[in-house]
Design a protein around this ligand. Structure first.
Ligand code: GLC
Length: 488
């Protein structure tokens, strides 16, 4: 459990602290019964140093010799000392190269020392990874979130050496990841091909075994042009959802114009490809929305992410307004991301009903008695209720229509007010207004039609069912979000 489990010692087992494969199978049965789909977090870039494959590679066993990225290093002519093959810095800081005494070579790790990088230029590694996908597909999973995609390949010169990465002029800590411009360790062209291979594998699997389309989500903090290649090209299919993290870069100061900028960045490139959009507002590597933007903006973000077309990706707890928890380093965990990884808050009882154990691994939030599913369920204007109403709207025909049919548009009608329109152009039209600012906004002549309030947030003075004539004025309270439906 170094790096919260992203150090995998066996790709086809369940860690005993979580249970057994039989427990996993039982969970799959239960999920199918509830009509839920299960997607696994697939971590191809690296294993744990405790993985059998790494142990075999250290000892140059049975074809495992080049299973990882090994190098002798360079001899410094002046000092006579051995040095790492390149200046590459790991994502968590410090060199990407660590000396191994047994093998007498350096190995590469883009993340922690305990997470040696697999060598994807080895066909055997690629084959093993396909087997891993097959193993879990056989157990009924519906797809995979692929971890750390941009890091899978590194550039190697024809003679086997590695080039230094250029130094950024805006960071002068040589141990920091941001010290270097990662032109040789991120977003290499082979990665795109690999995504196509994996998608092919999933397509073939479906052809042989039936069942629904299996999905691939790619975790990639990469430029939108790279993400767009992950979708596929004219002849190859790629990942259906290269994750779009643009909305995660918003802060408490972001205006409606900033939100439009984030949406534009993605839409302008993706539109033309006619692909499914996706929107991520939080994850286990980023502070919760309540902390990034303020607790009063959680519902606004939940409204925005569900009002946009395509897939909305919600990190557990955001739908009830959970906040980061102050955690202390313990023997089991000491990570600056622990605060957003605390137990889900189900009910106002011991451990928020997450666990029957005496203590949970990470602490339960001190505000669990207020923010939990049971307390919020059925309460009008609670975060959970707003979220659920939006999820319902999202499956209505107006919300499923696309821009090419004129079914979707967005704009900042003022600096602070975002408007999103969803319509099937026949009978249904919804207008979503979000006031990101702390002032009352008065808008005139937005439309020549009469609407009805269908959804209101806690800051709204209105109630669902009230009508409003948009030829006249619309008044929005600070941080108010509303959904209006055109009364045809
Ligand atoms: C991804 C995960 C992160 C993990 C890293 C290394 O970015 O989201 O939590 O630390 O990969 O596996």
């Amino acid at each position: 459990m170094s790096d919260f489990g992203y150090d995998i010692s066996n790709f086809t087992e369940v860690d005993p602290i979580f249970g057994t494969l039989a427990d996993f199978d039982a969970m799959m049965v239960q999920a199918k019964a509830l009509n839920l789909k299960i997607i696994l977090d697939f971590v191809p870039n690296h294993s744990s140093d405790e993985c059998e494959w790494f142990q075999k590679s250290i000892n140059r066993q049975d074809g495992y010799d080049d299973f990882y990225v090994w190098h002798d290093g360079k001899l410094n002519a002046e000092t006579g000392e051995r040095e790492p093959p390149s200046n590459w810095v790991s994502v968590f800081g410090g060199s990407q190269w660590t000396w191994n005494e047994v093998r007498q070579q350096y190995f590469l790790h883009q993340f922690q020392v305990k997470q040696p990088d697999l060598n994807f230029s080895s066909p055997m590694v690629r084959e093993h990874m396909l087997d891993v996908l097959g193993f879990w597909l056989d157990r009924g999973v519906d797809g995979f979130r692929i971890d750390a995609v941009p890091h899978i390949y590194e550039h190697r010169n024809a003679d086997g050496s590695y080039r230094d990465e250029p130094i950024n002029d805006w960071n002068n800590d040589p141990n920091s990841y941001d010290y270097l411009d990662h032109i040789y360790t991120k977003d290499q062209p082979e990665t795109v091909q690999l995504m196509y291979e994996w998608r092919d594998y999933l397509v073939q699997y479906q052809a042989q075994h039936g069942g629904p389309t299996r999905v691939l989500l790619a975790e990639a903090y990469s430029p939108v042009e790279t993400l767009s290649a992950y979708f596929g090209n004219g002849t190859r299919l790629g990942t259906q959802l290269p994750m779009n993290f643009q909305l995660m870069y918003l802060s408490g100061y972001s205006t409606a114009k900033d939100v439009v900028g984030s949406i534009d960045y993605w839409m302008q490139t993706m539109w033309t490809q006619h692909q499914t959009a996706n929107w991520v507002v939080g994850n286990h590597d980023t502070q919760r929305v309540a902390n990034r933007m303020g607790a009063h903006k959680v519902d606004l973000l939940n409204v925005i992410v569900n009002a946009l077309p395509g897939a909305s990706v919600t990190y557990y707890g955001e739908e009830i307004g959970m906040s980061n928890v102050e955690t202390e380093c313990t023997e089991i965990s000491c990570d600056d991301r622990d605060g957003e990884r605390t137990p889900m808050q189900w009910a106002p009882v011991k451990n928020a009903d997450f666990s029957t154990a005496e203590n949970t691994w990470l602490p339960v939030s001190p505000d669990y008695a207020r923010y939990n599913v049971q307390t919020e369920r059925g309460v009008a204007r609670s975060s959970l209720q707003i979220f659920k109403s939006l999820q319902q709207l999202k499956s209505s025909s107006a919300f499923l229509a696309f821009k090419e049919e004129g079914g979707f548009s967005y704009e900042a009608v003022t600096e602070q007010v975002l408007q999103i329109v969803r319509t099937n152009k026949r009978s249904e039209e919804y207008r979503i207004f979000v006031n990101m600012g702390n002032s009352i906004e008065i808008l005139e002549g937005l439309s020549n039609k009469v609407y009805e309030y269908v959804l209101v947030t806690a800051y709204s003075l209105h109630t669902p069912g009230e009508t409003i004539d948009l030829r006249e004025r619309l008044v929005l309270m600070p941080y108010e979000a509303i959904v209006l439906r055109w009364l045809a």
